[in-house]
Design a protein around this ligand. Sequence first.
Ligand SMILES: Nc1ncnc2c1ncn2[C@@H]1O[C@H](COP(=O)(O)OP(=O)(O)OP(=O)(O)O)[C@@H](O)[C@H]1O
Length: 638
Amino acid sequence: MYRNIQREFSMGNDFFTEPTTPPVGSRPSSQRMNGDQSPNEFSPGLLDLHSFDTELLPEMPVPNLYNGPSLYNPVRGRSFDDSEPYISNKQTGGGGVVPENELLKSFAVDKEKVNSVAKIKVVVRKRPLNKKELAKNEEDIIETLSNSLVVHETKLKVDLTEYMEKHEFVFDAVLNEEVSNDEVYCETVEPIVPIIFQRTKATCFAYGQTGSGKTYTMKPLPLKASRDILRLMHHTYRNQGFHLFVSFFEIYGGKLYDLLSDRKKLCMREDGKQQVCIVGLKEFRVSDVETIKELIEKGNATRSTGTTGANEESSRSHAILQLAIKRSVDGKESKPPRVVGKLSFIDLAGSERGADTTDNDKQTRMEGAEINKSLLALKECIRALDNDQGHIPFRGSKLTEVLRDSFMGNSRTVMISCISPSSGSCEHTLNTLRYADRVKSLSKGGNSKKDVLSSTMNLKESTAQPLSSGLPTASTFEDDINDTWPDQNERDDFNAPEDSFEQEKLMWKKNGKLDQYGFSTAENKLRKPNGQTKWKEPVRSDIKHSKSDDDLNALLQEEEDLVNAHRKQVEETMNIVKEEMNLLVEADQPGNQLDDYISRLTTILSQKAAGITQLQTRLANFQRRLKEHNVLVSSSGY
Ligand SMILES: Nc1ncnc2c1ncn2[C@@H]1O[C@H](COP(=O)(O)OP(=O)(O)OP(=O)(O)O)[C@@H](O)[C@H]1O
């Protein structure tokens, strides 16, 4: 099926006037395609998607997109004329391949412009009321201003009279229901496109409750970004050996599946340099928008969806589409191109609270628990990233493990928080906005004007709402701890191995920040004389989260073990069946020894029975664990 698409690619480029069709078939033998592969499809055994070649690459100029009009911006009324390069490339003359040292000379690095792109940008998008909400007469409770919004929450007094509580939030940008997807692109991804030619990794993700518009928002972005990337490659960076590669996979239930290769299960490995590799993930080299569009559509159609209370076609997986810019060193195709920059788009599965998942079946609830766990882990990584912490807790979930390299080094993150305007979703919306506010407040250049009202309300809520007030409260304990987090130098001195909580505790003790019982000094300040903490509830909530996380990890592992054991048992059974068939053939032979037949058949049958019993025991154990976990999930407030 892909052959057709790829052929279109190799025959020409209908989007750009001056295609740079790269010669194919000149890859090293380790990456040579087999007969079934399309010319531009890379499927190496161990694909190192993540190794950046920082040695070989000179810093590239950042095109002046900021002061001029948008590259592609129908919203601002500018149509793009392909026949005219938007950004002229006088320095290189647009001629042949420029040698590496010439490139170094000819480009002035515009670090200022790279730095002008915020490390973390938080944008909120409000969707319109949908038919269901309108039918239920639900009100629009979100008032938007340029970069702030107000949530009008209706509350009841003790005498049951209603009153309105306002929660004000400030973000980098607030996009109301009238804002188009093009405008969303201009606000979020367009500014980071040029800097991925500058050895930068960027991640854009949408966060929000189920049905809030994440997929609607994320779906068009990769295509728009690839259009701009190709444009830059074909004009500004013309003939400089840059190539664009697309890969698309999903994380479902803690496992990875290739969305561009019939949902083939993928493995994640760490190589010798601790780089994350996704074994067998297919990457497609593309040079026209149509091909990318088809690949994206194919991937989206393959994605796991299900039904939740709020969305009939809910994404039950995290889908990750990566656009990698690679470069052939000195324009030669004999060496595999090296990754220069990467733009990852993550359409996160919907965040749900425990209360929403109680009606769902076991599968959906397990999905929900896994999803929430990875969202927490993601927030922790963003926090670490913005604090320039040496320790980034990417092992917290498969999602963050996979995105590990996107959190390290020179990276940019754009978070789009999607919210529903309806009064019925008020609590969810507040949770989403608090999560976003938390992420925003991590940013050093962040807006200092904080959600004062909402902070006061958080305090009120922590007494009114026990345990399960959603994702934001889960970080309360960590927030306290973070205030006493050792600075970078102390951490470097200690040289703590990543993910070693014990080591961290030791370091804290060394620095007098933990008492003999392992409590932080900050924690002690809050402890009541009888040993109870003032923030008892959030702590409990946190412990439950982590307990449940551990349990979920163990459960996912057991599931994998069960499937592997089953697979092994089927293989063994097939060998036994072969043996049985031989035995039957021999039994039909004249002069067959009955004793021999009986003894061999007895052995075969007991082997079969032992295999079945073993598998049954494993299955029963797993079912029991599943039941236990179910109790844990429902009581933990997920
Ligand atoms: N800004 C918007 N304008 C118009 N319709 C929208 C907007 N945002 C979302 N919708 C519509 O709302 C519905 C739910 O949106 P979507 O599937 O994107 O939600 P989601 O957050 O991805 O949900 P889930 O997490 O369950 O996958 C869809 O029918 C979508 O078309």
